[in-house]
Design a protein around this ligand. Structure first.
Ligand SMILES: Cc1cc2nc3c(=O)[nH]c(=O)nc-3n(C[C@H](O)[C@H](O)[C@H](O)COP(=O)(O)O)c2cc1C
Length: 159
């Protein structure tokens, strides 16, 4: 069974809507053989990542950066998993009031440093999520579940 890990910081209705859409996509009946593990960023750890075949990261934009919670996750796991998660497929969604660019840049920079593979452009949203945004998040969840399947087939992740 492949494993998809979703690490998120969800503190508001808008971020909840994005997370719910990502989860719906990741858990679609059309994709079999993927176990979805959902972890709040403040409780996710290195063991979760070492078992994962792909990861979705979700955060609000806070003060021009990713949330402190997601940064804490990276601070915690960076060295323990860096060697063993090379090539891990990841995807990102970010919600902000007006500017998500700093948060996207920060996450992509750290993920690149960890040797992860961005298999899809981020979903970066400002303002109230609409149907198009929910669909983009659904797709993000679904294609990252497929990426987990593929990566597991290549022998990646926890197997
Ligand atoms: C401390 C704090 C800092 C924030 N900084 C930014 C920011 O730099 N850029 C931005 O677009 N939104 C910023 N926001 C807004 C959050 O990204 C927004 O509240 C979050 O995405 C959830 O959206 P919602 O409150 O509409 O549900 C900030 C919010 C807080 C509480």
């Amino acid at each position: 069974m492949a494993r998809l890990l979703i690490v998120h910081h969800t503190v508001s209705p808008a971020t909840r809507e994005l997370l719910d859409a990502v989860l719906d996509g990741a858990r679609t009946d059309d994709i079999e053989g993927v176990r979805v593990q959902v972890k709040a960023a403040l409780s996710a750890n290195a063991a979760d990542l070492l078992e994962a075949d792909a990861v979705v990261l979700g955060t609000p934009a806070n003060i021009g950066y990713m949330s402190g919670a997601l940064k804490h996750f990276f601070d915690t796991v960076y060295y323990p998993v860096q060697v063993d998660t090379q090539g891990l497929p990841y995807a990102l969604y970010v919600h902000g009031d007006n500017d998500t660019s700093g948060a996207v840049r920060a996450v992509e920079s750290i993920a690149k440093g960890m040797g992860w593979h961005r298999h899809r452009p981020p979903v970066a949203v400002t303002g109230r999520p609409d149907a198009d945004v929910r669909e983009a998040c659904w797709e993000l969840g679904a294609v990252t579940a497929l990426a987990a399947l593929e990566h597991a087939g290549e022998g990646g992740g926890g197997g």
